[in-house]
Design a protein around this ligand. Sequence first.
Ligand code: STX
Length: 341
Amino acid sequence: MTDARRPLYPEIAPYRVGRLRVSDLHELYFEECGNPEGKPVVILHGGPGGGISPFLRRSHDPARYRIVLFDQRGAGQSTPAGELRDNTTWDLVADIEALRLHLGIGRWQVVGGSWGSTLALCYALRHPARVTELILRGIFTLRQAELAWFYQQGAGMILPEAFARYLAPIPEAERHDLIAAYHRRLTGPAGPARRHAASAWAGWEGAALSLMPSPAREEEFEDPAFAESFARIECHYFHNRGWLDHDGWLIAQAHRLRAIPGVIIQGRYDLVTPADTALALHAAWPEAQLMIIPDAGHTGMEPGIQDAMVRASDAFALPGKPASRRAPSHLPGAARVHIGD
Ligand code: STX
């Protein structure tokens, strides 16, 4: 009950990497880590456009899981980098299925943070029979209010210095719709103006991820090579509202997930994807276990989020137990629900 917080599992290298062609244009990079005979899990990265990173391999026990990671279209080592054509939510959902079939996996656990949670929900709604469990953190459902909070008006009132740097490239006359203003610049011709807009867009996100300021993280996000594909892909998805049916569609559909065991992990002080969305998801899917981490921001690197991820993945991996049809009822320690604190 009072156990110390658990860190992620140790760093590991993939036992296999590969590439999968998914369209005339797009080829995906993927990795398999852990135990080739273990329980299959696919980890979905954020952004969209963020790409995988080595820490995403570490939320699951490598002795008991076969951990699959891939760079979504245009992200990371997938090619062409930053490509927006044939790049929609439903293309990515189809890619997850193509990868599952390519790897000969029947059903798998689906894990995602932030945009990864959005994509995991879309995949589970489209292919529920393929999903053994869902572990979601930093819940994002692409509602108009969520986009407005971060990219128009809301989070900027908590981080005004960083928000001023995000506003700077956009003239007053265009500031009534910042996603549209950025979309014009990020989909315009390559060159200094586009690069500058990309760094400003990505730097704003980098500034807001952690509970504690992390200038190094902000600099990483402003790095032109990363920023340009990340910002172009993110803005393209958000300008198009994720190609979802209507505003609020994911929450409205979430009742269809109720037979899937799930855990929802959310930082109380998440400025990128505020806790309101996690609570809305939980209200629609009350069987899922909600874990509000009282001292965490957005990123999966927050100590309380790491702890919750490891405990959730361990609970679903218990040796000798078949995948439960319900969320575990007794996640220990930090796995308790803290609502209203
Ligand atoms: N986007 C939130 C998100 O999914 C609104 C996200 N933000 N940064 C990331 O993901 C990375 C850390 C993966 C780059």
